[in-house]
Design a protein around this ligand. Structure first.
Ligand code: ZN
Length: 332
């Protein structure tokens, strides 16, 4: 009798658990979390995307089994993936970093395998949700997350909810045209924020300045091989006072600032959270120009109290956003 009561009490107080998956082109990360965004345990393995969709899916399943042997308290699975994904039916539509996974029904396949509700979304959208719920945007109802690394992506939170748009693709903040005469972007558009301020744009701008004959220590840092220049090297040179590199970051900060101004004017948001390797590693190089540009060009009536801050969750933002996604859906 006493034993039965103990089991019932234990079941009643057993905290809900959520399995969170961050599916990337290089790595699959899986975490077992509680509904409050605490990671209980996590693991990762290589995606080996070139082996095709079935092999990648089998690895996701095996990694989930590794981390959650006992599924009795798992209320759902949340997954973030790169590329375009239908957030309602969870079909991965286009994933350039995961060859062979276009049109893969990841939500349906996981639900079939684990028999728990599964929800999926774009990785940058998941990171936005993670920062808003558990990171730099805690308690803020209107927030825009911008991740700046090899590309520029993001997520728009309106009234505490992720803004999905008509087709589920909203938040492509890196693909707003800021220079009609600027470089062609990977998306086919011209002068996008991504083509002007992401890591590859920073490296390209540095190389262009070198070709103009400007003085720099950059070439010394890459043993004279300008093809080895990447945003990290430009960052390193800027920290040594290299004027060319400082100018390149200044230019990137200017376009990021302009991008934030446009987003403010469109969404009347309260907070910008900037994440991704380039934004975090070069925060002190970029922020003064971002802030100056923002202060100069944002509409006076919309500017007060808007903050621009660095992301807090690092690589865990996507995992925790997927937890928030599941938690919101199962507690509807
Ligand atoms: Zn673009």
């Amino acid at each position: 009798m006493l034993y039965c009561r103990e089991i019932i009490v234990e079941l009643l107080f057993m905290p809900d658990q959520i399995v969170s998956v961050d599916l990337g082109g290089t790595k699959i990360r899986v975490a077992l979390c509680d509904a409050d965004g605490h990671i209980i345990k996590q693991t990762s393995q290589l995606s080996l995307a070139h082996e095709g969709s079935d092999a990648v899916f089998a690895r996701i399943v095996a990694t989930i089994h590794d981390i959650a042997e006992d599924f009795s308290n798992v209320r759902g699975i949340g997954l973030g993936a790169p590329g375009t994904i239908n957030p309602w039916d969870g079909v991965l539509l286009e994933a350039p970093n995961l060859p062979g996974m276009d049109h893969f029904p990841i939500k349906a396949r996981l639900e079939n395998e684990f028999r728990v509700p599964t929800f999926a979304g774009n990785d940058a959208n998941m990171a936005a949700l993670g920062e808003q719920r558990f990171g730099a945007g805690r308690g803020v109802a209107h927030m825009i997350y911008v991740t700046i690394s090899t590309g520029i992506g993001g997520g728009i939170i309106v009234n505490g909810k992720l803004h999905l748009g008509a087709r589920g693709f909203a938040g492509e903040v890196g693909h707003q045209t800021l220079d009609a005469y600027g470089p062609i972007c990977s998306c086919g558009n011209v002068g996008c924020l991504e083509a002007l301020a992401a890591g590859p744009a920073i490296a390209r701008n540095a190389r262009e300045e070198i070709h103009k004959g400007r003085q720099t220590i950059l070439l010394d840092l890459v043993n004279g091989d300008h093809t080895k220049i990447h945003a990290g090297v430009v960052n390193q040179a800027a920290r040594q006072g290299d004027k060319l590199s400082l100018r390149v970051f200044d230019r990137a900060g200017f376009f990021i600032g302009l991008g934030l101004v446009s987003l403010l004017h469109n969404f009347d948001t309260q907070l910008f959270v900037l994440g991704g390797g380039v934004a975090i590693n070069a925060w002190d190089l970029l922020y003064p120009t971002i802030e100056k540009t923002f202060a100069k060009y944002a509409m006076v009536s919309m500017r007060p109290d808007v903050k621009i801050v660095p992301a807090e969750l690092g690589d865990d933002a996507g995992l925790l956003g997927a937890v928030a996604l599941v938690s919101d859906q199962i507690n509807k």
